[in-house]
Design a protein around this ligand. Structure first.
Ligand code: B12
Length: 202
């Protein structure tokens, strides 16, 4: 996978319940907006997919992605547009990951089904990434400039990397992201962002 420019980890599907429990615990503590939980998270699915009942492994992959900068010239003005990494070509990244997975095993030997799972939590639990204080996932060298993808597979789980969630060590005593977030969405008392917080205009 590394020779294809991808960073990957595998975990056993035995950990699906733990992944679900991470989210459930936050819901029970009332940390999600109802609208966010019922809407943005409704698509999460922690079951072994019907199409792959003998799945044994979840593969999670990070594809490094640069930030994209586009400049428009309009009526004599120069207007810059920054497109953050990871949002421009999701489908292409998934295709690339599947092709690389197929290359490292015998072609068509294993099957893959896209995982509808919380990808940052999965990447961090697998040891592929660490959370920043801002709840974004960071990988070595490329930081947050990557796109994540994950697949269920019947490939045996050779190395189960499941571990406790980790935060970047540098974030322990740093509050730079809290101070610079324009809407005050990064709280000091918890990791989860306040998606609905309005800017403090006082
Ligand atoms: C919904 C969503 C959004 C929503 C978020 C709404 C909200 N209120 O949070 C919106 C549309 C706003 C959004 C924005 C962005 N997103 Co988005 N988004 C997602 C999506 C679909 C689900 C994320 C989610 O809510 N997961 C569930 C929550 C509960 O999980 P979590 O946030 O990881 O929370 C865990 C931690 O907080 C941890 N935790 C709790 N307490 C503690 C304490 C400690 C000490 C530790 C270590 C951990 C920990 O437990 C929680 C549960 O597991 C994922 C794709 C996916 N399938 O996962 C992409 C994804 C997370 N987004 C991504 C990106 C790139 C972005 C943007 C940067 C895009 C942009 N254009 O700017 C912004 C970043 C905003 C930000 N600062 O976080 C990438 C993240 C890549 C990365 N490097 O982290 C993902 C993975 C998409 C991808 N395929 O690559 N996003």
């Amino acid at each position: 996978m590394r020779s294809s420019g991808l960073f990957a980890r595998m975990v056993s599907i035995e950990h699906l319940d733990a992944l679900r429990n991470d989210i459930d615990a936050l819901r029970k503590d009332g940390l999600f907006d109802k609208e966010f939980y019922d809407g943005d998270l409704a698509w999460l699915d922690f079951r072994v997919p019907d199409g792959l009942p003998d799945a044994s492994t979840i593969v999670v992959v990070a594809k490094p992605k640069p930030m994209l900068s586009v400049t428009f010239r309009w009526e004599g003005r120069t207007i810059p547009l920054i497109v953050p990494p990871a949002y421009a070509d999701g489908k292409e990244v998934e295709g690339e990951v599947l092709a690389a997975l197929d290359r490292i095993s015998a072609p068509n030997r294993y099957r893959y089904v896209k995982a509808k799972l919380p990808l940052k939590a999965l990447a961090v639990r697998s040891g592929l990434a660490q959370y920043g204080r801002n709840n974004i996932a960071y990988i070595p060298t490329f930081g947050s400039f990557h796109r994540l993808a994950a697949f269920f597979t019947d490939m045996p789980c050779g190395e189960d990397h499941w571990q406790d969630m980790e935060m970047l060590p540098g974030c322990d005593s740093c509050t730079a992201c809290l101070a610079s977030c324009p809407t005050g969405a990064i709280p000091s008392d918890r990791m989860l962002l306040r998606g609905g917080t309005l800017p403090d205009v006082a």
